[in-house]
Each structure stands twice: as C-alpha cells, then as structure tokens.
Design a protein around this ligand. Structure first.
Ligand SMILES: Cc1cc2nc3c(=O)[nH]c(=O)nc-3n(C[C@H](O)[C@H](O)[C@H](O)COP(=O)(O)O)c2cc1C
Ligand code: SF4
Ligand code: SF4
Length: 253
C-alpha cells in the first residue's frame, strides 16, 4: 500500500479520524497499532499515527510503538491527536521519539472529539458531540490535503501555556501508573459474561474467569472495556456509576 495509518483507540474517536483520513487520501491501509508486529518494516510513502491524548501527552503504547517500529526509506510522517480539550505535549513527544530514530514528524494536528475520560468528565450532550463530528469532517478534509501534498508545517500547539510547558512531565508521571490503574475496575452483578470487554481490549489485558472479566495489570487506561460494556457492568471505583457511557457512533472497534 502507498499509505498507512496506524491508530490506537479506546472508544472509536481515533479510529473514526484514521478511517476518514484514509478514505480521503486513498490507497491507504488503516492498522490497529496494538496488533501490529513491529518486526515488519513499514514501507508506505505516507505514514500516519492517530491516537488519543492521555494526561496531556501520549499513551504508553504510542511510546512503545514508536521506539519499536522500523521505517523504510524516507516516508512523509504525520500524526493526528484526538482529544477532549487540549493536545498537551503529545505531538512534541511523538517528534522527539521519531528524532531519536533520525526521522521527524512533518505535520501534526489535533482534533477535538467527545471526551471519553469518564472517570472525571461526561462526553457532553448529543448536540455538542454532533458539533464535534461536524467539525471533524472539515478538519479531516484540510488535514488530508496537507498529507496528500506532503506539506511540512509546524505541529499543532495547545492554546494553554500550562500543558505546553508541563505536558511531558505530567504525562510521564501519570503514565507510570496506567498499567496497574486497572485495579480500580469493578464488575457488578449486571455482567452477563458476554466477553465483549475481553474482545474489545486491544492489548489483551482482560481474561474471562468464571464468566467475569479480570484485569491483568498491563492496562493502557483506554477505558474501552468500561465504555463498551453493553450492560454498563464495569465501573472505575465509585467514580463512574452516574455517568453516561460514550462510544463513537461512526465506527465499530
Ligand atoms: C486516560 C485518559 C486521559 C485523557 N486525558 C486527556 C487530556 O489530558 N486532555 C484531553 O483533552 N483529553 C483527554 N482524554 C480524552 C481523550 O483523549 C479523547 O476523548 C479521545 O478522543 C478519545 O479517543 P478514542 O475514542 O480514540 O479512545 C483522556 C482520555 C483518557 C481515557
Ligand atoms: S462486556 Fe460487560 S457484560 Fe460482557 S463480560 Fe464484560 S463486564 Fe460482563
Ligand atoms: S483493560 Fe480496559 S482500559 Fe485497560 S487497555 Fe484493556 S480495554 Fe483499555
């Protein structure tokens, strides 16, 4: 394939953006980076990365993926960060990791999507969500033109000083605990044992034991299991019982 977009996504926002850009630029494979064998060299002409911002920076899996991948030749490299509010230091972090391999990020974008950090926030009203989806379509068109023409341009920045300055240390400090933050997941009596949470977890962090999920402490904190449970049987401590679940309506994980 001429183009490749690698995505990571807990609730579908980043998958939607990846799929929409792929459709616009054409001849593009959309690959779940959590399932990608990084021993395989990436030979595409344009290589994109689409993922959610976590605590002002990158998910752990993005750091791992970028340190492991093998890029052939001199591809055009771009990244799109989906977020609830701010890009933080995530694009700077991606660029640093690429630079460590003698590559660089040619362009980097941020797209605001419905918030999925249900531990603290709601995703907003359906109207607010729709407004973000409408804006996403416009931004995807603009981004696709930049990517198709291989334009090199400054990376998108947060409009706030605080996450620009402190994004990286805040993110790396929080991310240390992500693998074991899954000790906070609770499953209640509503669980039917359907196994969807196990199937949805792209890093294989859930095992069904006696028809109930158990978490294996290599979590990415994507919240996909909690948000996708059809009967809302999963909660994060006592923080999510009253919040409305969110999954992106345009894609199937
Ligand atoms: C653990 C976690 C941390 C998050 N931190 C931030 C953040 O610092 N800033 C922000 O704007 N959004 C934050 N979000 C929201 C997501 O980045 C956003 O909703 C994203 O579009 C979700 O993408 P996905 O559906 O592909 O997983 C966070 C979400 C999670 C699960
Ligand atoms: S998705 Fe929900 S109902 Fe299905 S096994 Fe997991 S916790 Fe139980
Ligand atoms: S266990 Fe849940 S939160 Fe953790 S990586 Fe898997 S789906 Fe995401």
């Amino acid at each position: 394939m001429k183009n490749a977009i690698f995505y990571f996504s807990g609730t579908g926002n980043s998958l939607q953006v990846a799929t929409d850009i792929a459709e616009k630029i054409g001849e593009c494979e959309v690959l779940n980076l959590a399932k990608y064998n990084t021993n395989n060299e990436i030979t595409a002409e344009r290589v994109g990365l689409v993922f959610p911002v976590y605590f002002w920076g990158i998910p752990n899996i993005i750091a791992r993926f970028l340190s492991e991948i093998k890029l052939a030749g001199n591809p055009y490299l771009f990244a799109v960060v989906t977020c609830g509010n701010t890009v933080g230091a995530s694009l700077v972090q991606v660029n640093e990791l690429l630079r460590a391999k003698n590559f660089k990020l040619h362009s980097g974008f941020m797209i605001k999507m419905p918030e999925n950090y249900i531990v603290k926030y709601d995703a907003g009203s359906k109207e607010k969500q729709q407004k973000r989806f409408d804006d996403e379509a416009l931004q995807v068109s603009a981004i696709s033109k930049v990517v198709l023409n291989k334009i090199e341009q400054p990376l998108a920045k947060s409009k706030y000083l605080i996450d620009t300055l402190f994004g990286k240390p805040v993110n790396r400090s929080a991310a240390k605990d992500f693998p074991t933050n899954d000790i906070n997941f609770r499953v209640n009596a509503l669980c039917t044992g359907c196994g969807k949470c196990e199937r949805i977890c792209s890093v294989g962090n859930i095992t069904m034991i006696n028809n109930k999920p158990t978490w294996n402490h290599h979590c990415e904190l994507c919240l996909g299991c909690l948000q996708n449970c059809p009967v809302e049987a999963i909660n994060y401590g006592n923080k999510t019982q009253k919040r409305t679940r969110y999954t992106n309506p345009h894609v199937q994980l």
